[in-house]
Design a protein. Structure first.
Length: 293
């Protein structure tokens, strides 16, 4: 029978799913190799906006230390790693487009695609994000507030893009579909453009264009979704892989430099994220007071 244990949350992130903690209590009759008092763990259970958390052990991942740099790996890094492998079937020497590339998840997709030997394009919304993308190996950052993504892709990549890691939705998704290469694959992991008002789910193409099925059929292309919970069994192996890459300095688990402290500051952190100000993962520190963003 699964026994609950008390966990003190020290660091957490802004999507209710991730926290790092120290296991403070020994559970009786632990088997060799199981968690013990003092182990650093990360959790992927819902409700992480709390000072204390009760979690089933199967939702905990043992990590080297309860530090902010661990959080981007859990869910965000895992989403990028598993989606690219199991849904996108990423190989090498391909042209890969990452939307929202400077975000918590996009940053991993950029680096993993580059480590696999691909040419990587990344969309973002500001000059500082362009510089960040260059620093992590992105070959062609596109600031969509200064350049039209559709026009850049048509002009610089007339053959199209082989693989798309898409998390924006709306017109960005349109641009991806209209610039997909033959046998191309589009992975949909989210649609942030409509998270606050549901506009993504009601979005209609901006022009009377060829229906989506016909566009995909004409190029033998595909669109597939990725939902983290459906791949949880595979997450342990990918956690080990990503952690090893970070420890060897081959992968940057970027944490936004903003200082967010305490439960009362979480609404500000969420607003900060939706205003697209963050670069990398926003982490809330529950061990300190609460200055404003």
């Amino acid at each position: 029978m699964v026994q609950p244990r008390k966990i003190v949350c020290q660091k957490l992130s802004t999507n209710f799913r991730e926290c790092t903690a120290i296991v403070p209590f020994q559970v009786p009759a632990l088997k060799p190799g199981e968690l013990k008092k003092g182990d650093a763990v990360a959790s992927t259970s819902y409700g992480a906006f709390a000072e204390h958390l009760v979690s089933k052990e199967r939702f905990l991942v043992k990590v080297p230390a309860a530090v902010p740099e661990v959080l981007p790996i859990i869910v965000c890094g895992l989403t990028a790693s598993m989606a690219l492998e199991y849904v996108g079937h990423m190989t090498h020497v391909e042209t890969v487009l990452i939307t929202a590339a400077a975000g918590a998840t996009g940053q991993f997709a950029v680096q993993l695609a580059k480590l696999a030997g691909n040419h990587v394009i990344g969309t973002c919304s500001s000059p500082d994000r362009v510089e960040y993308l260059r620093s992590i190996g992105c070959d062609r950052p596109i600031n969509y507030r200064e350049e039209k993504v559709f026009d850049v892709l048509k002009k610089e990549y007339p053959r199209g893009v082989d693989l798309v890691f898409e998390s924006v939705g709306g017109r960005m998704f349109e641009a991806c579909v209209n610039n997909i290469a033959r046998n191309g694959r589009i992975i949909v992991i989210g649609a942030i453009a409509g998270y606050q008002d549901s506009s993504t789910w009601k979005h209609k193409p901006s022009n009377a264009t060829t229906p989506l099925p016909s566009k995909l059929l004409a190029k033998s292309a595909s669109v597939r979704g990725f939902f983290f919970n459906d791949y949880f069994r595979e997450s342990q192996a990918h956690t080990k892989k990503l952690t090893a890459l970070v420890q060897r300095g081959r992968l940057n688990a970027g944490v936004d430099p903003s200082n967010v402290y305490g439960l009362e500051d979480i609404p500000n952190a969420i607003d900060y994220m939706y205003e697209r100000k963050n670069i990398g993962k926003i982490v809330v520190d529950l061990t300190k007071g609460s200055p404003k963003l």
